[in-house]
Write a protein that binds this ligand. Structure first.
Ligand code: URA
Length: 263
C-alpha cells in the first residue's frame, strides 16, 4: 500500500539493465510474477510492497510495517532529535526494530504526531498510502483523546466543539468535534475535571487551543484510539508492538464521528 507506484516494465528494465523490448519478451514468456501471480501486462503499476520475481528469483520484496506505540510523556514524536529521546529510540530499546523492520527503519514515519507532553496511541509505518488515508480529513478517521483540565467544565463546551472554532493563524475553522464530560467534580480527594474529545483532524496543538478558548488549561492529554484501533492496554508507556493484519485493515471501519455531541 505505497502511494508511489511505478510501471512494471520500467522497474524490470532498470533493475535488470535490459531494454523495454526485452521486458516485453520476458512477460510474454511468463517469466515474471507479481505477488505470486504470473503477469503479462506491460503497463501494470506496482508499488514498493509488491513482491516481484523473475524465473523465481526475487527482484523486490519489501515488507510493510505497522507499529503501535504507547507514547510516554517526554518523548518526542520525531525520528531524530538532538535534545529529547525519540519514538524511534524507544523502538530500538525494545528491540522491536529487528530484521526487516530494521532495514525499513529509514522509511518509518509517524502517523499523526503527539506533543511532547501528550501520551497515548502513536502509529508508525513505512506505508505512506495507509498513513495518508489515516490523516487526510476527507476520510474522517476519528481520534479520541482523554483530557484533564485545570478548571471545571461548563455546558457551552459541547456546542462550541461541535460548531468548530476559527483559528486565525491558519485561517481555518476546525471541523465538528465531539466533546463529552467524563468527570466534573471537586471533593476531598481533589479536583477531577476530565473530558473526552473526538477529532477528525489534527491541527497544531488543536485540543490545547480549543480549551484555551475557555481559558481552561489542559494539564493532561492522552490519545486513546485512532479509528477503530484502541491503544492496547497490555502496553505500558514506552512499549510498542506490531499491528495485526486485521488491525491494519480494520482501523478504517469506524471512520465517522460516532457520538452525537452531548446537549
Ligand atoms: N491536541 C494537542 O493539543 N496536542 C496533541 O498532542 C494532540 C492533540
Amino acid at each position: 500500500m505505497s502511494l508511489n507506484t511505478a510501471r512494471l516494465d520500467r522497474f524490470i528494465s532498470e533493475h535488470c539493465k535490459v531494454s523495454r523490448r526485452d521486458v516485453r519478451l520476458m512477460l510474454a514468456k511468463k517469466r515474471i510474477c507479481v505477488d505470486g501471480c504470473i503477469v503479462d501486462d506491460i503497463g501494470l503499476r506496482i508499488d514498493r510492497f509488491a513482491k516481484i520475481t523473475l524465473d523465481g528469483d526475487i527482484l523486490q520484496e519489501n515488507k510493510a510495517i505497522y507499529i503501535m506505540l504507547h507514547k510516554p510523556i517526554g518523548v518526542v514524536s520525531a525520528t531524530v532529535d538532538k535534545q529529547h529521546k525519540t519514538v524511534i529510540d524507544l523502538l530500538e530499546e525494545q528491540n522491536l526494530l529487528v530484521n526487516q523492520a530494521l532495514a525499513e527503519k529509514g522509511n518509518l514515519h509517524i502517523v499523526g504526531r503527539l506533543d511532547l507532553n501528550t501520551s497515548g496511541l502513536l502509529l508508525l509505518t513505512n506505508d505512506s498510502r495507509w498513513s495518508e488515508r489515516l490523516t487526510s480529513p476527507e476520510h474522517k478517521v476519528e481520534k479520541c483523546y482523554q483530557v484533564r483540565l485545570q478548571n471545571p467544565l461548563t455546558e457551552d463546551y459541547a456546542q462550541a466543539f461541535a460548531n468548530g472554532m476559527y483559528f486565525e493563524f491558519e485561517n481555518i475553522t476546525t471541523k465538528p468535534a465531539v466533546f463529552k464530560v467524563i468527570a466534573n467534580q471537586t471533593n476531598e480527594q481533589g479536583n477531577r475535571y476530565i473530558a473526552e474529545v473526538k477529532l477528525i483532524e489534527g491541527r497544531y496543538h488543536q485540543i490545547k487551543r480549543m480549551f484555551g478558548r475557555f481559558r481552561n488549561p489542559v494539564i493532561g492529554l492522552h490519545r486513546k484510539s485512532i479509528g477503530s484501533l484502541l491503544l492496547d492496554e497490555q502496553l505500558i508507556a514506552g512499549q510498542s508492538r506490531l499491528l495485526t493484519d486485521d488491525e491494519v485493515l480494520g482501523i478504517f471501519q469506524k471512520d465517522m464521528l460516532t457520538d452525537k455531541p452531548t446537549d
